[in-house]
Design a protein around this ligand. Sequence first.
Ligand SMILES: Nc1ncnc2c1ncn2[C@@H]1O[C@H](COP(=O)(O)OP(=O)(O)O)[C@@H](O)[C@H]1O
Ligand SMILES: [Mg+2]
Length: 251
Amino acid sequence: MPEIVVDNLTHTFGKGGAEALTVLEGINLTFENGSFTSIVGTSGCGKSTLLKMMAGLFDPSDGEMRLDGEVISGTDRRRGMVFQQDAVFPWMTVAKNISYGPRLRGASNSEQREIEAKWTEMVGLKGFEDRWPRELSGGMRKRVDIGRVYANDPDVLLMDEPFGALDAQTKERMQTDLLEAWQQSRKTVIFVTHDLEEAIFLSDRVVVMSARPGRIQHIENVDLPRPRKDEMRLTDEFIQIKRRLWGMLDH
Ligand SMILES: Nc1ncnc2c1ncn2[C@@H]1O[C@H](COP(=O)(O)OP(=O)(O)O)[C@@H](O)[C@H]1O
Ligand SMILES: [Mg+2]
């Protein structure tokens, strides 16, 4: 069964008012259960708006989105979101940050320890459980962010340029590690980025959006084998996809 369906969605900020701004128009998309999809498009084409609506932070002005047939409205832990800016709590250790959601929902101490152990390891922070966020690099704080969202055990992971602020080398390592965690958990991932190489490397499918109002311009299926390896970025097949998509983006 398809996991998320975006059905004829249009979004106009301030609809009906003098300052009305249509940022997304006529979007139809299906995200299959367990798939990894990236969304690319120039700045301002409505990528973050689309993702925030999927998270349930606000409703579209027209059309709807459904998760397993149920209309999405309001936030729910089934849909977890990671932003570019870290959302790590500076007053909690790595472990406490990671178990924050389950603790809020009344998980017992032993359940919390179990979740902390599992997810600190999965995001590559084993040994850093008792560190404070200020002692971590940007990449490590991002790992805490991802671990915390995973610890809520969402069905859908919404990621809005999560690695946008990281240096190239850290970014590549984070991409490989993200794929490894995804391969083990098989959540549905929707990943927004303006980095074409990142989108191709990670995804089963890359959705290219047009400039505002964002429409779907093209959907590219990426058939590179998994697990993805860094060397694949240099293959002809990879570079051809990148060139083709680059030509479609509004520069
Ligand atoms: N809350 C808001 N009210 C009015 N306009 C907004 C709001 N949020 C975003 N916008 C506008 O919508 C457009 C798309 O924004 P956004 O979804 O952030 O684009 P992207 O993530 O693709 O760069 C931009 O022109 C932005 O200024
Ligand atoms: Mg954005």
